[in-house]
Design a protein around this ligand. Sequence first.
Ligand SMILES: CC(C)(COP(=O)(O)OP(=O)(O)OC[C@H]1O[C@@H](n2cnc3c(N)ncnc32)[C@H](O)[C@@H]1OP(=O)(O)O)[C@@H](O)C(=O)NCCC(=O)NCCS
Length: 155
Amino acid sequence: MCEQSLHLQESVNGEVSASVRLAQHGDIPILESLFLEFSGWPLQRSDSIQEAIKDPNGELLVAELEGQIVAFIHQIFFIDPLHGGLNSELTSLFVKKEHRRKGIASKLVQQSLKNAKRRNVVEVHVTTREDNIAAVRFYEANAFRREGLLFECNP
Ligand SMILES: CC(C)(COP(=O)(O)OP(=O)(O)OC[C@H]1O[C@@H](n2cnc3c(N)ncnc32)[C@H](O)[C@@H]1OP(=O)(O)O)[C@@H](O)C(=O)NCCC(=O)NCCS
């Protein structure tokens, strides 16, 4: 399990204080609204958010500022015989617009990387669109390397 509460103090002016913790059942309504803001697709997500919270092969973390959830990251872990061990993927990462560039996503990713290390994960993957400049710059700034292309289809 992830460290339950990691206190963060990161900002340009030093006034922002956020905490990171595992998502809980009571967070589902706010997480649904954040997933909607993130995706723009209106879907019923409460069941899958609940599953993600309970999933032993995943961690859904939230970041709070003054008691309000302002960001989340979802990470999954899976057996990868190719790499001879466990791999991990960061499937979603979102920070509310008004709280960006305060280091919140960096702290969430650093916590996810710690979780991966603790589980002896071989590699951590993340995908984003080429035109998502903020995300591309963000992952580059967080030591991710460009590898390969993403293909998608609907089974
Ligand atoms: C990408 C995203 C998660 C970054 O969150 P954030 O909390 O603002 O990121 P941080 O403050 O930790 O940024 C760390 C570094 O990443 C880079 N970065 C982040 N946003 C950037 C931007 N808009 N333009 C250029 N570089 C950026 C910078 O190097 C930044 O350091 P700096 O502020 O000292 O220059 C956020 O913009 C977001 O939620 N976007 C919408 C959802 C999304 O695209 N998610 C990722 C794809 S799955």
